[in-house]
Every structure is written in C-alpha cells, then in structure tokens.
Design a protein around this ligand. Sequence first.
Ligand code: CMX
Length: 135
Amino acid sequence: MLDKIDHLGIAVRDLEAAIARYTALVGSGPNHVEEVASQKVRVAMFAVGESRIELLEATAPDSPVAKFVEKRGEGLHHVCYRVPNLREALSRLAQEGMEVLPGAGDAGAGGSRVAFLHPKSVHGVLTELVEYPAG
Ligand code: CMX
C-alpha cells in the first residue's frame, strides 16, 4: 500500500531562481536544500500542508533531470509516494508488471531510500517510491 503523496518533483534550470519564485508562491522558504549525489541533483523541499514540493536542479550533464529539461523544458518531473517498506512495495509492483528502474534502494534526500518506476509503466508519469528510516 502507498501511505501518502510524499512530494511532487519539479525540474528547474536554476535552483536559486526557482527557490525565490516558490518562496513567493508558498509564502515561506524551503525547509531544506540538499545535494543528492546518487541522483545527480540538488533539491529544495517546501512543506505544503501534509505534502511537499521538491525543486530539482541537475548537477551534471548526464543527470536524468538535465536530460529531462533539455528534452521537455522545466516542469513537473515526478510524483513520489511514501511506502512503509520499499522492498515489499517493489516486489508487489513488479508482480503487477511495472518496470522498476535500476538503482532501486539508492539513497534519497533526508536519509531515505528511493526507487523509481519507468513512466511508461505509469501512464507517462515518472513515479518514485520512498521509505524513510523509522522515527
Ligand atoms: N516523466 C515522464 N516521462 C519521462 C520522464 C519523466 N520525468 N523522463 C523521461 N521521460 C520519457 C521521455 O520523454 C522519453 O519518452 P519518449 O520515448 O516518448 O520520447 C522516455 O521517457 C525516455 O526518455 P529519455 O530521455 O530517452 O531518457 P532515458 O530513457 O535515458 O531515462 C528515465 C528516462 C525515466 C529512465 C530516467 O530519467 C530515470 O532513470 N529516472 C529516474 C531517476 C531520476 O529521475 N532521478 C532524478 C532525481 C529524483 C529525486 O531525487 O527526487
């Protein structure tokens, strides 16, 4: 089962400019800014009620976010669902025929473990699953 929508990821070209714009939109600044080396991105997280908005800037030309922005421009990049147990969720979704991308279980932002489902498995939406450490 999926617990909740953890965050929506938005790909941007310039993180500082995007932080300024989203601070104006949300009404307060990001809760944290972090580089996620495993994903070749720098991210800024904004709390919005029970969910969050994640701004993503590529840190390398071969980052998935760099390729996305080059091909499609800035915009909504992925939807992330929180799960209680990543391994069990991936096993269930693979049984449902969904394509789990390589690197499942890699480190994500905030000490989490993450995995991605290919957009072609989820009607054109790159889908992330995240498990946070207990506590
Ligand atoms: N949403 C929807 N479709 C996407 C997409 C996205 N975010 N990224 C790529 N696609 C589509 C492309 O438009 C393309 O579609 P067509 O075949 O119709 O042209 C297709 O997927 C293949 O795209 P590509 O540019 O050839 O890129 P790759 O196949 O090399 O990679 C993907 C695509 C999804 C496998 C890769 O982006 C990936 O592994 N993503 C997961 C990791 C990730 O995105 N990390 C970023 C940071 C996340 C975080 O920290 O929160």
